[in-house]
Design a protein around this ligand. Structure first.
Ligand SMILES: NC(=O)c1ccc[n+]([C@@H]2O[C@H](COP(=O)([O-])OP(=O)(O)OC[C@H]3O[C@@H](n4cnc5c(N)ncnc54)[C@H](OP(=O)(O)O)[C@@H]3O)[C@@H](O)[C@H]2O)c1
Length: 249
């Protein structure tokens, strides 16, 4: 039975992926900052599979390292890493931008992937197998005003995926980079700092992707035959023609 580690499993795409992979029989390591939500998810998924949870903020290497050191020996062999955790914080111009928001995005979305991957790549290399799935965004394809730092953080994810593929392919490790368009999750609620009404407007007048749609795409990539590597995958809602253009009714 393969073990998959999912970061950001407490919400949205990560949670939907955990639910789907549990039903497909993967053992799961569920990661997030909210312990109560992780405990609840562990309980729900126990009907389908074995789970273990790790609680850390991936902006801080010491926290990441400590969490991984706490893994029992039979959970240390991680076959699949899904680097999903991340968020946008704020929607402001560079002139108006909040430094704390910038740190959250650069540290969380970029350094977080590096820190978590650093704990897992050596084991994959040793075993000559593994699969890393990085969740980027269509924001990496086309920069938009007021979202520049988020776009930069996601462009960095694209580059990390490309670099991982260059350095890890010879060790039998697959690397997949997924760029979702608009997905209705807590993403906009986090971006607008809990302003629900403003968050809802992002998804009005069209049918956004559901977290489950992206989970399906992730499952497709990790269940592909051994000789098949999906390197890059972009997924839009049908109403979105490019990163900045959504056709609303
Ligand atoms: N929704 C979209 O439209 C969209 C589009 C393209 C790409 N994406 C990307 O998809 C990924 C998942 O987002 P989502 O839409 O599912 O949003 P979400 O519902 O807000 O989920 C974000 C997840 O990331 C975790 N997280 C955030 N910062 C973290 C940190 N510093 N350390 C550890 N965990 C952290 C959160 O867990 P805790 O709060 O428990 O830590 C949560 O589980 C993100 O990388 C996002 O950039 C989303």
């Amino acid at each position: 039975m393969k073990t998959a580690l999912i970061t950001g499993a407490t919400s949205g795409i990560g949670k939907a992926t955990a639910e789907l992979l549990a039903k497909q029989g993967f053992r799961l390591i569920l990661c997030g900052r909210r312990t109560e939500v992780l405990d609840q998810l562990k309980f729900e998924l126990s009907a389908y599979t074995e789970t273990f949870s790790l609680n850390f903020d991936q902006r801080y290497f010491e926290e990441v390292e400590k969490a991984f050191e706490s893994l029992p020996i039979d959970w240390k062999k991680i076959d699949i890493l899904i680097n999903n955790a991340g968020n946008a914080h704020g929607l402001d111009s560079l002139i108006e931008g909040n430094i704390n928001d910038w740190d959250m995005m650069i540290d969380g979305n970029v350094k977080g992937i590096l820190y978590v991957s650093k704990m897992i790549m050596p084991g994959m290399k040793e075993r000559n197998s593994g699969h890393i799935v990085n969740i980027s965004s269509v924001a990496a394809r086309q920069t938009y005003a007021n979202g520049v730092v988020y776009c930069a953080s996601k462009k960095a994810v694209d580059v990390l995926s490309e670099g991982m593929r260059l350095e890890l392919t010879e060790f039998g490790i697959k690397v997949t980079n997924i760029q979702p368009g608009a997905v209705e999750t807590d993403f906009s609620k986090v971006r607008f700092k809990g302003d629900d009404d403003r968050a809802k407007t992002v998804y009005q007048g069209y049918e956004a992707l559901k977290a489950e749609d992206v989970a399906d795409a992730i499952a497709y990539c990790i269940n592909a035959p051994k000789h098949v590597m999906i390197s890059d995958l972009t997924i839009y809602p049908s109403a979105q023609s490019e990163p900045r253009t959504i056709h609303r009714k």
